[in-house]
Design a binder for this molecule. Structure first.
Ligand code: ATP
Ligand code: MG
Length: 834
C-alpha cells in the first residue's frame, strides 16, 4: 500500500522493479540485453532512492557514457521527481550528479586537487592545446626538425607512459592492448629515451600553466582517491551512492576510480553504495582500452554482488529481436550464452536484407525508403537513423540526402568535407586556383613539407608583400635566381597503390610538359640580390620552400591538361589528388598522426589510418564523378573541371552547415557510426554496408576476438531499431555479404534486391535463389563476354565445400570461359548457371 512502490510497479515490470528497489546492503549488478530497460531501471532507482529518502538527491552520482546521455538522464529524473513531488525540486541541492566519468573526475579535482598542487581553476587542455605545449617544450629542449608528425608521436608516447606509470603505482597490470611495439609507428628507441626525460618536463609545465590534459583527469583523480584517505572519505560522504550505466565499456583506470569512490568503509557497514548496469554483449570499445570483462571484474572483486537479469525487451519487435539474437549467438566467446530476451513490441514488419549494386545505389535506395517511411508511416526524420561501420561511408549517404532534399545530422562525427585529410587535399586544390589564398597556403605548408614553421611563413608573407605579389609568385621569383634548386622536373611520381581510384595513366611527358602560363609570368618579379637577401630565412628553409614550389608547379601542370586528353584516357582530378598525395608523402604523415591520442594501440591506429586514407580515395572518387559530368557539359581544361568541383564541394559543405540546425516538421535523419549509436533507439534503422570487409571490417578479421567485437558492434546496431529494420549491402570487389548474415534462415530475414523493391516487387527471395540473383545482378553490371549464343555474365563463386571441389575438377580441364559455376545468358534459353 505504499504509493511510491505502487507507482514503480506500474512503471516497471517485476524484474525491473526488483532491481530498482533492491536493498542497498550489497552491490547491485543489472545485466541484461539491449532494450531491456537497464537505463530506465537506473533512472527509476535514482528517483526511488530520493523519494524513499534513502539518500538525498545531491548524494547520488550517476556515470553515463556520453554527455548527451547524461543530459537526457538528468532531465528525465527531474521530470519524474516533479511528477511525484510537485515543483519543489528546482534547487541544485535536490538534483543528483549525472555525468561522464571525465566530468566526475574533473569535479573531484576541482574540489580537492589543491592537496596535489592542482589549482581549483585548472584549465583542461584539449588535444591541440597539449600538442602546442609539447611543441614548445621540444623546441626549448634543443629538439630540431620539429613537425606535427614528431609532435604527435611524442604526445602518443607520453600518454602511454602516463597510463603505464599509473598502473605501476597501483600495482595493476597495464592494459594488454597497449603494446610497446613502437618501431611500427615510427617511434624510435631514441624517442623513447627522449620521452622519458620529456615527461617530467611536460607534466611540470602543464602544472605550471595550471592545466590538465584528458588523461590527467582520470589518472590524477585516481591518485587523489588512492593517496588521500581523508579526501576519499569526504567524497564518499558527498556521493553516497554510485550508479554506472554501460559498465561493459569501462577502462582500467576508470574502473579503479569507481571502485575507490564506492567502497564499504567498514566490514560492519550496512550498505554498499554501488549500482551497475551493463551488457557484455554490447562491449564495443575494446580498442579504447575498455574490455568486455569489465563487468566480470567488478563482479569477481565483489562476490557479494546481487545480480539481476532482465529478460523482456521493450524496444524492438520480435522480428528484430530474433535476428539480433541469432547474430550474437554465433559468438562462441560469449560470457553468458544463456542470456535471452523476449520482445514485447507488437509489429508486423519483417527485417529486410537488401542487395544493392554499389554504395551509390545503396544510398539512393535508403534515402528513397526514408521518404516513403516518412510519407506512409508518419515518421519524422528524427525517428530514423542510418548507421555504418566507418565514417568514410557517410559521404555517399550525405550526398544522397542532399540531392533528395532530406535534411540530416551527423551524430558524433565531422561532415565529410571537413575531415582533416579531405580538407588538406582540398586546400591544395584551392591553392592551385587561388594562389593568394593564405589560409590554404598555410594549411598546405603544414603537411606538404616539414620544417616550415610560423616564423618562416610570416617572413615569406612579409617578403611577398614587399615584392607586391603572392607568396607563391615570390617563391617562383626566388627559384629563378636560386641556381641550386632548378624547379623544372618532369617526372610524375609513382602513384601509391593504396589509391586504386581509376586506371593509372602513363602521363604523356610532352603533352603536359610545363611551360608557365602567361598570367603567372607576368606576376613573377625579377629579383635583385638585395631583395633576395631581404627574405631573411636560412638557406635550409629556403631549400624546403623551393622544394614545395617544385611540387606545386608539378600539380599546376596537370591542371592545364586539355580536355581532349582527359576524356579519352583518364580523369585528371583524381590523378591530381593522387599526385598531391604521393608528393607530400601523405600516407606516411597520416600514419604518424594516427598514433596520437590516449590509449592508442596498433589496431586502432591502423584502423584510423585506413579510414583516413579511404577518405582521400573517396574524395578522388567524388572528383571523378564531377569530372565526368563536367566533360559532358563541355569543360575545356582540367582547370575548368576543378572550378566546378570546388564550387560543388562548397555548396554541399554549406548545405551541411545549415542542416545542423533541425528544420521543419520533417526533422533531420540521423547519420552515425555503429559506435555512436550506443544506448540510442529509433523507430526505423538502416544499417548500410553489411558486407565482408566493411562489417566485419577488413582490418578486424584476423583474430577471433576481433571478429567477436565486430559481431557485438553489429548486434548493437541491430538492437537500436524499434519497428523498422533494413539492412543493405553491396558486393565490394570480391567481398560478399557479411558472414554475420550470410546464412541467416529465411524466417529471420526477408531477402530482396533494391531494384525489385523500387519497382514495387515486394516478395522476398528465398536464400538459395538470392545468392544467384545477387551474383546475376552483380555480374550484370559489367560488360558480358560473348561466346556463340551465350553471354558470360560472371563467375559464381561456389561457397559450399562440395561445390568447391566440383569446381576445381572442372577448372582443371576447362580453359574455356564456360566452366561449371559460370553464370551465363543464352540467347534462347535465358539466364542460368553452367
Ligand atoms: P541499451 O542496452 O540499448 O542501452 P537499455 O537496456 O538501457 O538498452 P532502455 O533504453 O532503458 O534499455 O529501454 C528501452 C526502451 O524500452 C525505452 O524506450 C524504455 O522507455 C522502454 N521500456 C523499458 N522498460 C519498460 C517498461 N517496463 N514499460 C514500458 N517501457 C519500457
Ligand atoms: Mg541503456
Amino acid at each position: 500500500q505504499d504509493p511510491v512502490l505502487d507507482w514503480l510497479r506500474k512503471e516497471l515490470n517485476d524484474e525491473q522493479f526488483a532491481a530498482a528497489t533492491a536493498p542497498v546492503d550489497a552491490p547491485v549488478l543489472v545485466m541484461a540485453g539491449p532494450g531491456s530497460g537497464k537505463t530506465r531501471v537506473l533512472t527509476y532507482r535514482m528517483v526511488y532512492l530520493i523519494i524513499k529518502e534513502l539518500f538525498r538527491a545531491r548524494h547520488l552520482l550517476a556515470v553515463t557514457f556520453t554527455n548527451k546521455a547524461a543530459d537526457e538522464m538528468r532531465a528525465r529524473v527531474i521530470d519524474l521527481l516533479k511528477s511525484r513531488q510537485g515543483t519543489e525540486v528546482e534547487s541544485s541541492h535536490s538534483v543528483p550528479t549525472v555525468g561522464t566519468i571525465h566530468s566526475a573526475c574533473s569535479r573531484i579535482l576541482h574540489r580537492f586537487g589543491a592537496v596535489m598542487g592542482i589549482s581549483s581553476k585548472f584549465n583542461i587542455y584539449s588535444e591541440s592545446d597539449a600538442k602546442r605545449l609539447l611543441h614548445r617544450i621540444l623546441e626549448e629542449n634543443g629538439e630540431t626538425m620539429i613537425d606535427p608528425k614528431k609532435i604527435a608521436l611524442f604526445a602518443a608516447l607520453l600518454s602511454e607512459m602516463k597510463q603505464e606509470q599509473f598502473c605501476a603505482e597501483f600495482g595493476y597490470e597495464p592494459s594488454p592492448s597497449r603494446s610497446p611495439a613502437y618501431d611500427a609507428r615510427g617511434i624510435t628507441a631514441y624517442m623513447v629515451e627522449r620521452a622519458k626525460t620529456l615527461l617530467p618536463v611536460y607534466q611540470s609545465e602543464l602544472r605550471r600553466l595550471g592545466a590538465l590534459d584528458f588523461d590527467d583527469l582520470i589518472l590524477e583523480a585516481g591518485r587523489l582517491l588512492r593517496n588521500h584517505p581523508a579526501i576519499r572519505l569526504e567524497l564518499q560522504k558527498q556521493w553516497q551512492y554510485i550508479m554506472v550505466d554501460e559498465t561493459q565499456d569501462t577502462s582500467q583506470a576508470q574502473y579503479h576510480v569507481i571502485r575507490l569512490l564506492a567502497e564499504r568503509k567498514r566490514e560492519t557497514e550496512k550498505y554498499f553504495p554501488l549500482f551497475l548496469v551493463g551488457d557484455p554483449d554490447q562491449s564495443i570499445y575494446g580498442w579504447r582500452g575498455a574490455d568486455m570483462h569489465a563487468v566480470r571484474r567488478f563482479r569477481d572483486s565483489l562476490p557479494e554482488t546481487r545480480v539481476y537479469l532482465l529478460e523482456n525487451n521493450y524496444r524492438s519487435t520480435k522480428a528484430i529481436g530474433d535476428l539480433a539474437q541469432y547474430v550474437i549467438q554465433q559468438d562462441r566467446e560469449r560470457i553468458h550464452p544463456e542470456k535471452r530476451m523476449r520482445t514485447q513490441l507488437e509489429g508486423e514488419h519483417p527485417v529486410r536484407l537488401v542487395f544493392c549494386r554499389n554504395s551509390k545505389s545503396e544510398a539512393e535506395f535508403v534515402v528513397k525508403q526514408i521518404r516513403e517511411l516518412v510519407a506512409r508511416h508518419k515518421l519524422s526524420g528524427r525517428d530514423i537513423a542510418i548507421m555504418y561501420r566507418t565514417n568514410v561511408q557517410s559521404r555517399t549517404l550525405e550526398e544522397a540526402c542532399i540531392h533528395a532534399g532530406v535534411p540530416y545530422v551527423l551524430v558524433g562525427g565531422l561532415p565529410f568535407y571537413e575531415r582533416r585529410e579531405v580538407a588538406d587535399m582540398l586546400a591544395c586544390l584551392k591553392l592551385l586556383l587561388h594562389e593568394g589564398d593564405t589560409a590554404s597556403f598555410e594549411r598546405v605548408l603544414s603537411f606538404a613539407v616539414s620544417g616550415i614553421g610560423k616564423r618562416t611563413t610570416a617572413a615569406l608573407y612579409e617578403w611577398a608583400k614587399h615584392l607586391n605579389c603572392t607568396p607563391i609568385a615570390a617563391l617562383r621569383a626566388l627559384s629563378n635566381v636560386d641556381a641550386d634548386t632548378p624547379i623544372v622536373s618532369k617526372a610524375i611520381p609513382s602513384v601509391p597503390r593504396s589509391l586504386p581510384v581509376h586506371e593509372t595513366p602513363a602521363v604523356d611527358e610532352n603533352a603536359s610538359n610545363g611551360t608557365r602560363g602567361a598570367a603567372e609570368l607576368e606576376t613573377t618579379p625579377t629579383l635583385t640580390d638585395e631583395q633576395v637577401a631581404m627574405l631573411g630565412v636560412t638557406s635550409r628553409k629556403r631549400k624546403i620552400l623551393l622544394k614545395f614550389l617544385e611540387m606545386y608547379e608539378r600539380w599546376k601542370r596537370l591542371l592545364r591538361t586539355p580536355v581532349a586528353e582527359m576524356s579519352r584516357r583518364y580523369y585528371v582530378l583524381p590523378l591530381m589528388i593522387k599526385t598531391i598525395f604521393a608528393d607530400t608523402q601523405y600516407e606516411e604523415y597520416v600514419r604518424k598522426q594516427a598514433l596520437h591520442g590516449p590509449a592508442v594501440n596498433e589496431e586502432t591506429s591502423a584502423l584510423r589510418v585506413q579510414e583516413r586514407l579511404e577518405n582521400v580515395v573517396e574524395l578522388a572518387r567524388a572528383a571523378s564523378t564531377a569530372e565526368e559530368l563536367c566533360l559532358k557539359r563541355g569543360a575545356q581544361t582540367a582547370g575548368d573541371v576543378l572550378v566546378t568541383f570546388l564550387h560543388e564541394v562548397a555548396l554541399v559543405h554549406g548545405a551541411n552547415r545549415d542542416e545542423n540546425t533541425p528544420k521543419d516538421a520533417f526533422g533531420c535523419v540521423n547519420l552515425m557510426t555503429l559506435h555512436a549509436s550506443k544506448g540510442l533507439e529509433f523507430e526505423a534503422v538502416f544499417i548500410v554496408g553489411m558486407t565482408e570487409s566493411l562489417l566485419p571490417h577488413k582490418l578486424c578479421r584476423t583474430r577471433e576476438s576481433q571478429i567477436a567485437e565486430e559481431r557485438r558492434l553489429a548486434y548493437v546496431g541491430l538492437t537500436r531499431a524499434k519497428r523498422h529494420l533494413t539492412i543493405t549491402w553491396y558486393p565490394n570487389g570480391s567481398e560478399w555479404l557479411s558472414r554475420f548474415l550470410l546464412d541467416a534462415p529465411d524466417e529471420l530475414v526477408s531477402r530482396h534486391c533494391a531494384r525489385d523493391l523500387m519497382k514495387g516487387r515486394l516478395d522476398p527471395i528465398p536464400r538459395e535463389e538470392y545468392t544467384l540473383r545477387c551474383k546475376q545482378a552483380h555480374a550484370g553490371s559489367k560488360e558480358p563476354v560473348r561466346i556463340g549464343d551465350i553471354d558470360v555474365l560472371g563467375e559464381v563463386k561456389a561457397r559450399s565445400r562440395a561445390a568447391e571441389s566440383k569446381r576445381a575438377r572442372v577448372q582443371a580441364n576447362a580453359d574455356s570461359k564456360l566452366a561449371a559455376g559460370v553464370f551465363v545468358r543464352h540467347s534462347k534459353y535465358g539466364k542460368g548457371i553452367v
